[in-house]
Ligand binder design. Structure first.
Ligand code: ADP
Length: 492
């Protein structure tokens, strides 16, 4: 199958990607860089500034200045709408370039990456509608007073995002922050720094004033840590692992900045005997293996009701084996490599753990052969899994499914909830009452019924339990990126 040519604009961008601080392309103060690796070859394909504490300081100072002089906040709300909408459109116009950058950087199929660019553009268009649509309140009072609330931006925001959906995660942080009149410093993951840099350039082109949206590339414990603990940052929005989420929470305590955390998951996908098996199988397969399983909501625990267990498993294996593993830029690739050597070691390590725990590998079961130097792992299905096994309790973040047999509705709910996580869940059944009863019983921030995985800019997203707190998207991000001020006026 044809391998798409790398576009000339991509090649040009890769020559010297720069951070964007105060609207200016910027190298790291100490002149350091780090390599970004193509997961399909294991080879470096670009050098990116390795921003540190000084660079975070500079970016936060630029964002602070831009916030305090109100170059963005004071604009007519309709003007902010216009600019954010234009940014959404620019993402669409540059989709081919952005998709290739993302595919190369994250190792994801370019078809998946272009879908994600559409989503990111859509998030900007959605939040473009908000500046003209959020209001304060007029409070009840006696005739001698007038009391009202202003809904104001929080100030300087920090966004720390992971490598699995770099551009989409950037849009989830940047779009609502800007819609509400804040300024922001974004720290993309070191594995996938490129599209965030390009996004910041497009924001300038759309008319976002200099200093309002800054990007610092660098390592988590350096740039990320510096941003999370910075005394002049008012809010941190983090998406990533539960382990790093804890560090963010600690780092943020110095100035008690607002924190929202979207963390890991071990999401249950329950298939009852009365489900439409064909649809359940196919969608469950994508639900766990899409993006090589590197999805915080991945349906990694597939709970199947006893009477259909064997039939479901056979179809799942068949669907899994029909998926084509390949390089990201090849048009018919269904699944690419995992993102890094570290992830490769982690995922293959968990596959070995699963075998030792006594689960049965029904397809896959280790590294994929025939890909020179790339981080390819076979999509792997384990059957005979018990929910207390490590492979059922710990987030693997790779293409590994654990199929667990359950007896009935009650057992399904109990097993589904027996986890420290609570990000998402799904239920497959043709009985609407059962679907709704189960949806109510599941401890998860999102429950899908007869589908798996959709998100939308208008629908709240976030976790129960150790999957984090705070909700993103929809009106929820408007609430978390603003604060209210009550104003009392004495009319006497
Ligand atoms: P994943 O498990 O998906 O690799 P991580 O939670 O490790 O995700 O990383 C998500 C983001 O958090 C990345 O941008 C990473 O650089 C950043 N990060 C990692 N460690 C820290 C830290 N100690 N402080 C702040 N940010 C960090």
């Amino acid at each position: 199958m044809a391998q798409a040519e790398v576009l000339p604009e991509v090649t040009k961008f890769l020559e010297a990607p720069k951070m964007l601080i105060g609207g200016k392309p910027t190298e790291a103060t100490r002149g350091q860089t780090f390599e970004t690796i193509d997961p399909s070859t294991g080879k470096s394909f670009a050098e990116v500034p390795r921003g540190g504490v000084e660079d975070i300081d500079a970016a936060v100072a630029a964002a602070r200045e831009a916030f305090e002089d109100r170059r963005w906040t004071s604009l007519r709300p309709g003007k902010r709408t216009e600019i954010l909408y234009k940014l959404g459109e620019l993402i669409k116009r540059n989709m081919a370039e952005l998709s290739q950058l993302e595919a190369l950087d994250a190792g994801k199929p370019v078809s998946l990456a272009s879908g994600e660019m559409w989503v990111a553009g859509d998030v900007f268009r959605y939040y473009a509608g908000w500046p003209t649509k959020f209001f304060g309140e007029t409070n009840p009072s006696d005739d001698n007073s007038f009391i009202f609330t202003l809904r104001e931006p929080v100030g300087v925001c920090g966004g720390i995002i992971p490598w699995n959906f770099p551009m989409v995660m950037a849009s989830w942080k940047v779009a609502p922050a800007l819609a509400c009149g804040n300024t922001i410093v974004l720290k993309p993951a070191e594995q996938t720094p490129l599209t965030a840099l390009r996004l910041a350039e497009l924001a300038l082109e759309a008319g976002v004033p200099e200093g309002v949206f800054n990007v610092v590339t660098g390592l988590g414990p350096e740039a990320g840590q510096a941003l999370a603990q910075h005394p002049d940052v008012d809010k941190i929005a983090f998406t990533g692992s539960t382990e790093v989420g804890r560090k963010i929470l600690h780092a943020s305590e110095g100035n008690l900045k607002r924190v929202s955390l979207e963390l890991g998951g071990k999401s249950p996908n329950i298939v009852f005997a009365d489900a439409n098996l064909k649809r359940a199988t196919k969608t469950s397969m994508y639900g766990v293996f899409s993006n090589s399983g590197q999805v915080c909501t991945a349906g990694t625990r597939i709970l199947v009701e006893k009477p259909i267990h064997d039939e479901f498993l056979n179809s799942l294996v068949e669907a899994t084996q029909s998926m084509k593993l390949g390089p990201p830029l090849e048009e018919d690739t269904g699944m690419g490599p995992v993102v890094s050597q570290e992830q490769f070691d982690r995922v293959t390590g968990y596959i070995e753990i699963g075998k030792k725990e006594g689960a049965e590998v029904v397809t896959g079961g280790g590294p994929a052969e025939g890909f020179d130097g790339g981080y390819y792992v076979q999509p792997t299905v384990f059957a005979g899994v018990r929910n207390d096994m490590q492979i059922a309790q710990e987030e693997i973040f790779g293409p590994v499914a654990a199929v667990i047999e359950v007896d009935d509705v009650d057992a399904a709910i109990t097993t589904a909830n027996d986890t420290m996580y609570g990000l998402a869940a799904a239920v497959w059944t043709s009985d609407i009452s059962k679907a709704l009863r189960v949806a109510r019983g599941l401890k998860a921030g999102t429950v899908w019924v007869n589908t798996y995985g959709p998100t939308d800019a208008s629908v709240s997203f976030g976790g129960y339990k150790q999957s984090g707190f705070g909700r993103e998207l929809g009106v929820h991000s408007i609430e978390t990126y603003t604060q209210t001020k009550s104003v009392w006026v004495n009319l006497k």
